[in-house]
Design a protein around this ligand. Structure first.
Ligand SMILES: C[S@@+](CC[C@H](N)C(=O)[O-])C[C@H]1O[C@@H](n2cnc3c(N)ncnc32)[C@H](O)[C@@H]1O
Length: 160
């Protein structure tokens, strides 16, 4: 991911963006919760990554504080759980992604898959999905089981 410009949308404490930074990406972390962003800054320092670039804001209204077409990739871990937010997330992706950029959105199984994919498609994205198997819960307990995490891959559809 060397040199990639990545936006971690709804970053929480920043786990996904931090991994992207460790892989060489330049990452911006966006969340509407100030305390989450404070944790991101602390976690970046604790992981030897120095300062974190953060945006305190809401992805609704297209994420007004996002620079247009500034990102090669948007990552979002567990941000699509509420279907009322799907269109706003699509608007933020449309604003933030470069024309040939890609968004990767992970969902542990909260959503009605076909309905969400239809919303993304109506918003101008080509969508594909893969399932990554993990142990659940992710910490060590008796009775851990396998679980699939859906990873949605979105690219802007080309206008003909
Ligand atoms: C379930 S957490 C996931 C956090 C992180 N991505 C992860 O994988 O651990 C959802 C995050 O999205 C943020 N969020 C929810 N709605 C938002 C909105 N409208 N604008 C910006 N951030 C939002 C929450 O503050 C929270 O940090």
């Amino acid at each position: 991911m060397g040199g990639y410009r990545v936006l971690d949308l709804g970053c929480g404490v920043g786990l996904i963006g931090i991994v992207c930074r460790q892989l060489g990406a330049r990452v911006t972390f966006l969340d509407r919760e100030g305390r989450a962003l404070a944790a991101v800054r602390r976690n970046c320092r604790l992981n030897g990554l120095g300062q974190a670039q953060t945006i305190s804001g809401d992805w609704n209204h297209g994420g007004q504080r996002l620079r247009r077409a500034a990102y090669d990739m948007v990552v979002g871990g567990d941000v699509v759980y509420d279907e009322l937010e799907w269109k706003a997330i699509c608007s933020a992706l449309t604003r933030a992604l470069r024309a040939d950029g890609i968004a990767l959105l992970a969902d542990p199984g909260w959503v009605e898959k076909s309905k969400m994919q239809a919303t993304f498609r109506q918003s101008g994205f080509a969508v594909s999905k893969e399932i990554v198997g993990i142990r659940w819960p992710p910490w060590q307990v008796k009775g851990q089981r396998r679980k699939g995490i859906d990873i949605y891959r979105l690219r802007r559809r080309k206008v003909k």
